[in-house]
Design a protein around this ligand. Structure first.
Ligand code: KIV
Length: 304
């Protein structure tokens, strides 16, 4: 499992991500939300770990990412930080933390970096967020952009649908990407847009694009870990999700076997519990024996 990490052991940095485009390197990006998944994802050689606000749907059970708070993002980012060594750690700015102005955005982003240990932040939106991106970058906070389907805008969009279907929408996406690049974003996520538009956007900017449901022409790819390992409880599986494992089935099977063993008395076995050291055992046995002798003497007396 640590194979990939052994092949490329060097720490992934923001400049390395920027340079990946020119080098033609396809970066592997995944989400993680806690310590054990961060350990596995990092040790498997993932280049960028995103503590996505998708944690709202995936591990907190919300319907959307809208209710996710900064405190929730901080708690999960800290856990992922403790489990990450090599990958670049990016944390999402949750809804509401950058919508009230650049000062608020800086305050929230600084917390994700200082308290959470993130090395960069991601926020949703294009040209309309360029000023905020510029300000964050000026305050030494690397920013990853995110355009196309932006789940925090679910109420405005009316659902989670393919974006950029008209020529006008496609042109706007190119403008958004250029505005983010000019503002200093070091990479841009393209979510659920037609592959042809993703190609044009990718060719229009010098920073890497990271696709999710945006086709093969993006510079790099990202997926939500729980989709990939079959631990996602969303009602429909989007067509771009390739499931590589069925952990839900494996977990159910393991729990069912455990339940059978507990109910049938097959768990725990003798070697799954702890014996008392011989000396203490002998002492205890002697005490029990003496107590037994006292007890039978007393009952003999009461019979008389
Ligand atoms: O929150 C998230 O997981 C994301 C990815 C889907 C890119 O934004």
């Amino acid at each position: 499992m640590a194979y990939l990490k052994q092949q490329r052991p060097e720490k992934v940095t923001v400049p390395a991500v920027r340079a990946s485009k020119e080098r033609g390197e396809r970066l592997v990006c995944l989400t993680a939300y806690d310590y054990p998944t961060a350990r596995v994802v990092d040790e498997a050689g993932t280049d960028i770990i995103l503590v996505g606000d998708s944690l709202g749907n995936v591990v907190l059970g919300y319907d959307t990412t809208v209710p996710v708070t900064l405190e929730e993002m901080l708690r999960h980012t800290r856990a992922v930080r403790r489990g990450t060594e090599r990958a670049l750690l990016v944390a999402d700015m949750p809804y509401g933390t950058y919508h009230t102005g650049a000062d608020d955005a800086v305050r929230a982003a600084l917390r994700l970096v200082k308290e959470g240990g993130a090395e960069a932040v991601k926020l949703e939106g294009g040209a309309s967020r360029a000023e905020i991106v510029e300000r964050l970058v000026r305050e030494e906070i690397p920013v990853m952009g995110h355009i196309g389907l932006t789940p925090q805008s679910v109420n405005k969009l009316g659902g989670f649908r393919l974006q950029g279907k008209t020529a006008e929408a496609a042109r706007a996406l190119v403008e958004d990407a250029r505005a983010l690049e000019a503002a200093g974003a070091f990479a841009i996520v393209l979510e659920v847009i037609p592959r042809e538009i993703a190609k044009v956007v990718t060719e229009s900017v010098s920073v890497p694009t990271i696709g999710i449901g945006a086709g093969e022409f993006c510079d790099s790819q990202i997926l939500v870990l729980h989709d990939l390992i079959g631990l996602s409880f969303s009602r429909t599986r989007p067509r771009f999700v390739r499931q590589y494992a069925d952990l839900r089935a494996q977990m159910t099977e393991a729990i069912t076997k455990f339940a059978e063993d507990v109910r049938g008395g097959a768990y725990p076995a003798e070697n799954e519990s702890y014996p008392l050291p011989a000396e203490a055992r002998a002492e205890l046995e002697a005490e029990i024996k003496a107590a037994g002798a006292r007890h039978s003497a007393l009952s003999d007396q009461s019979k008389c």
